[in-house]
Ligand binder design. Structure first.
Ligand SMILES: [Zn+2]
Length: 457
């Protein structure tokens, strides 16, 4: 019901006439849903003082580790979704969801020790999109339709979860504007009922994002190498390096706009995909008993976490151009992460700013989170789109220079810019803000944009 209302709403829109000093920097595909960021979209200058990089002893990002946000998704979770079960059927305590969470929490601890900011999709055995299946003994909150497909919960056998849960996790990570997402899993190597008693690590990514090969594959390889190395050192048995593969699993895939031969099943693809490099790592396999025992131990869990963390060191050491954007406005109790709203639809929505506030000016901290100083022609570029979605899944068709000078910040430095705009729409619009210079746009390089929503006056 909500879905059809959305489609009708999206049909209303106008065309764009642009005023732009340096031209749109993002060759985004036109989606027929963009709103003119028109002559009324004028910004003021207002750069504050450059704040020096604090510096640190962090191995992950020495200049300014607190500006780096890593999103950790411990795979599966909740009452019904155990992930791969224990082959000896000793119960939920021995299942994938428990080990993935322990590894995720250890990874969080390691990264926070390095000063990195961490966002978790779950920190206990809960689900974001409901967990209500009384017939099977699960009495959590009601299921929600997060991706708008009209389906919720599990299939009639209670085996396969609809993809609302994964969509909710992606929404959380996107709105936190994480630098990367790692989804932690443990494999079960079986085929046609045959159990392969093999220990192995493999990591998945997508090569269909704008930043595909340059960033996501690099991240996947770093994580794979880190986990293989750490697990090999911890394991007193033979292990296999099963390498990285480009596969559009839900959590790593770009948003699905139309089905393709490679992606024929819309229920297995995200409506809103990760706006940053994302990888899914199967750190080990439950089907070799010795590996299962290792992954149930704190030593094995620590090895997997250390392996992933060391992969991040390699990734952030080789990311020349990146930015973080933070609107300096109240963001709710949780701050970085939007507070979940109630109801039956998506729990996480882009931060709302009143139109009056935008015409006065919204301060935004911009931080260089790359390894190279910024070029001096980098500009703030922004665009609007009418939307009833929680936030935009891709850049509006046009991103305009909004007339703000950006100092050529060194790695770790930040500056506050005041974004001042006349909102050209009275309906709910989403504003997408990033940096670009006609050569590169930082959202296309995997730095998630700042998205602000506005309702009518
Ligand atoms: Zn899994």
């Amino acid at each position: 019901m909500l879905q059809s209302a959305r489609r009708q709403f999206a049909a209303l829109l106008g065309s764009a006439v642009l005023l732009s000093a340096c031209g749109p920097a993002t060759p985004s595909p036109s989606v027929g849903e963009s709103v003119a960021p028109s002559a009324s979209m004028a910004a003021s200058s207002g750069a504050g003082e450059v704040v020096p990089a604090p510096g640190s002893s962090s191995t992950v990002y020495e200049p300014n580790p607190g500006a780096i946000v890593v999103a950790i998704d411990p795979g599966h979770g909740g009452c019904l979704d155990w992930g791969v079960p224990d082959p000896q059927e000793r119960g939920a305590a021995f299942s994938e969801k428990v080990m993935a969470l322990a590894i995720g929490l250890e990874l969080k601890r390691l990264l926070e020790e390095q000063g990195i900011t961490v966002v978790m999709t779950r920190e206990s055995d809960v689900a974001l999109a409901g967990d209500d299946y009384p017939d099977l003994g699960c009495n959590g909150p009601p299921f929600r339709d997060v991706n708008g497909d009209g389906e919720t919960g599990f299939d009639p056998e209670g085996k396969t979860r609809t993809h609302d849960e994964l969509q909710a996790r992606l929404d959380l990570v996107n709105l936190a504007r994480a630098d990367l997402l790692v989804s932690i899993h443990i494999n079960s190597l079986t085929q046609n009922g045959v159990v392969f008693e093999i220990a192995a690590t493999q990591t998945y990514y997508t090569d269909e994002t704008p930043w595909g090969v340059s960033a996501t594959q690099h991240l996947a390889q770093q994580v794979q190498d880190g986990v293989v190395g750490a697990m090999d050192r911890a394991a007193p048995y033979e292990r296999q390096d099963r390498a990285i593969s480009a596969v559009n699993f839900f959590i790593v895939a770009p948003p699905l706009f139309a089905t393709t031969p490679d992606r024929p099943d819309p229920t297995k693809q995200p409506r809103r995909g990760a706006l940053m490099p994302a990888v899914l790592t199967e750190v080990g396999s439950i089907t070799l008993a010795a590996e299962h025992d290792l992954l149930l131990s704190s030593a094995g869990q620590a090895a997997a976490a250390q392996g992933i963390a060391s992969g991040f060191d390699g990734y952030f050491a080789n990311r020349p151009l990146a930015a973080r954007f933070d609107a300096l406005i109240p963001l709710g109790e949780a701050g970085l992460v939007p507070t979940a709203v109630g109801g039956s639809g998506p729990p996480f929505w882009g931060t709302g700013v009143r139109r009056a506030e935008l015409s006065v000016g919204v301060p935004m901290r911009v931080t260089n989170t790359g390894t190279k100083p910024w070029p001096d022609d980098l500009r703030v570029i922004a665009g609007w789109e009418l939307s009833t979605e929680p936030y935009l899944r891709q850049a509006p068709a046009a991103l305009d220079d909004i007339g703000l000078d950006v100092p050529p910040l060194a790695p770790g430095e930040s500056v506050v810019l005041v974004v001042k705009l006349d909102v050209p729409v009275s309906e709910r619009g989403m504003l997408w803000i990033t940096l670009g210079n006609g050569v590169a746009s930082l959202d296309d390089l995997g730095s998630a944009p700042l998205q602000l929503s506005t309702e009518g006056p």
